[in-house]
Design a protein around this ligand. Structure first.
Ligand SMILES: Cc1cc2nc3c(=O)[nH]c(=O)nc-3n(C[C@H](O)[C@H](O)[C@H](O)COP(=O)(O)OP(=O)(O)OC[C@H]3O[C@@H](n4cnc5c(N)ncnc54)[C@H](O)[C@@H]3O)c2cc1C
Ligand code: FES
Length: 493
């Protein structure tokens, strides 16, 4: 008998990572301070970068809008892999073999680095070595998979072509990467946050940065009006909370995906899996005090454009029921990640004109290795002035800048269409203005999470108008004061 799709849907979503770890409290910034490096955002990027810089003897402070590790990092599926879809043949054919080599080296190094940090600090984080499989059920993808095996192998990755995988259904083809891993992201990162503060670093929570001023040093202003003076700034806020002068809003779009954690009658066969084609489906297991959980993920869509979002959970439950004998649906959650124009992250100098401002974003749902790559890369840029992977991650690389203007125009059309077709919350009257405080797009109602979601750059607000996630830095109110997209574009282009 199939498990009911409606199960647990009356409760708010909750990730296993959040439910199985305590939430520490760090202080609010209540006085002006000066540091060497200010890091905006306490997610995987912020914590791991602060950890590496702190080890170099630099004075760092993390400024977190809410509580650390509750953003995308607290709602991921936490596969640690250099297998980011069929990325290597794409980078090689559309960019260069050298870029593909840098990307492979960076991500394979990141897997080893996570293991090394966990071992050195005796961190129990459910780290388990695993193979990663990208499989297809579609004849049209067989050649692509075979090509990926060739390119990835030529870059030094242990990649194997397969016609069968351990899952209980036939496939057309798959690529397996060996020596990959899975873990519990909060069990890994919460102890690192403790290490940062015990080694003299600072972490401030509920201290959203609402403005950045530039003088001989940077001056960051918190929502409480306190000032952080810093020689260098790292924007680790997931979607960049600072717009100018780089126009990141014109070259990133946020995409949401969904996860259900089930208990099945069958023992999970091991491995981490993802489909090469649509619909995207992802699988991994996780030990828990409920027994073995199977995390079933997928159902992506641009944030604010998911229509009836409950349907996405239902589709994953259908897939779980087709694949396993589902005995219980223990958790469900969803989150969003930043996607880029050429599918590669932006990590490095914020622009070519800002030697002391850095960014790490656009991980395309592969942020476990990408966050550690960012930490290693930014640490090197700050300490040594260079890093062997800086070209492929360079936010100002040519492939990105060439497509930026088309992307802005395309996204403007999307936003205008959505103003007309806006979805409303059922039955209730609302007394906030549902125009996004970031740049003025009209918000859409997310029925599964009960939030107002922005179709333009992914800001999300509670029913009452409080910020769930940025880039917006102001809550909704009856009379929002917004910068319009049109205003920003006419100033910048
Ligand atoms: C459904 C899903 C599954 C995924 N699964 C995987 C996976 O299996 N493997 C993998 O490699 N990757 C995966 N990812 C991607 C990965 O989870 C993310 O790329 C990564 O967690 C992003 O980390 P972050 O530090 O950039 O962002 P976050 O964790 O979101 O941290 C950003 C922080 O910045 C704070 N902030 C925002 N604005 C401000 C401001 N103005 N002032 C101060 N603080 C601010 C936020 O509150 C937040 O705490 C997945 C993504 C999704 C959506
Ligand atoms: S997030 Fe940019 S307009 Fe809403």
């Amino acid at each position: 008998m199939e498990i009911s799709k409606q199960k647990n849907f009356n409760e708010p979503p909750l990730s296993y990572w959040m439910d199985s770890t305590p939430q520490p409290e760090y202080p609010i910034l209540l006085e002006d301070i000066e540091v060497d490096i200010a890091i905006i955002g306490g997610g995987f990027v912020g914590i791991s970068t602060a950890y590496l810089l702190n080890q170099q003897g630099l004075k760092v402070a993390i400024l977190e809008a809410d509580h650390i590790l509750q953003g995308t990092t607290g709602h991921t599926t936490a596969k640690i892999t250099s297998q980011h879809g069929l990325i290597y043949s794409k980078i090689k054919s559309q960019m260069s073999e050298e870029f593909a080599r840098q990307y492979a080296d960076a991500n394979e190094s990141a897997i080893r680095m996570i293991e090394k940090i966990a071992q050195e600090n005796n961190i129990e984080c459910d780290y388990v070595p695993q193979s990663a499989y990208d499989y297809t059920l579609d004849d049209n993808y067989v050649d692509k998979i075979s090509q990926e095996v060739k390119v990835a192998s030529s870059l030094g990755i242990k990649a194997t072509y397969l016609e069968e995988i351990p899952l209980p259904f036939p496939i057309k083809a798959a690529v397996r990467f060996d020596n990959q891993a899975q873990f519990h992201p909060r069990k890994f990162l919460l102890p690192l946050a403790e290490k940062i503060t015990s080694n003299g670093g600072k972490i401030f929570e509920q201290s959203r940065i609402v403005d950045i001023e530039e003088d001989s040093k940077y001056l960051l202003i918190t929502k409480h009006g306190k000032k952080v003076t810093a020689e260098k700034v790292i924007i680790a806020s997931h979607y960049p909370c600072y717009n100018k002068p780089a126009l990141y809003f014109a070259r990133i779009y946020p995409e949401r995906s969904y996860v259900v954690a089930i208990k099945a009658k069958e023992t999970y066969p091991g491995g981490m899996y993802i489909t090469a084609e649509e619909p995207g489906r992802s699988l991994r297991s996780q030990v828990s005090n409920h027994g073995e959980l199977i995390l079933v993920g997928g159902e992506h869509h641009k944030t604010g454009q998911g229509e009836d979002t409950v349907k996405h959970y239902e589709a994953l439950i259908d897939y779980a029921n087709d694949t396993f004998t589902v005995e219980d649906i223990v958790y469900r959650w969803s989150t969003q990640d930043c996607m880029t124009l050429d599918d590669l992250p932006y990590v490095g100098h914020f622009t070519s004109q800002t030697p002391n401002m850095y960014i790490a974003t656009g991980f395309g749902k592969w942020g476990m290795t990408s966050s550690i790559v960012s930490a290693m890369l930014l640490k090197d840029l700050i300490v040594k002035g260079e890093n062997p992977w800086q070209d492929v991650y360079n936010p100002s690389r040519k492939t990105v800048l060439a497509s930026t203007k088309n992307f802005v125009v395309e996204n403007l059309n999307v936003a205008q269409n959505l103003i007309e077709g806006k979805t409303q919350p059922p039955k209730h009257n609302i007394d906030v203005n549902t125009t996004c405080t970031h740049m003025g797009c009209e918000l859409n109602w997310n029925s599964a999470e009960k939030t107002w979601d922005c179709p333009c750059h992914g800001s999300r607000f509670t029913y009452e108008g409080d910020i769930v996630e940025g880039p917006a830095v102001n809550p909704l109110s009856a009379d929002n004061d917004v910068n319009t997209i049109q205003k920003l574009i006419s100033e910048d282009f």
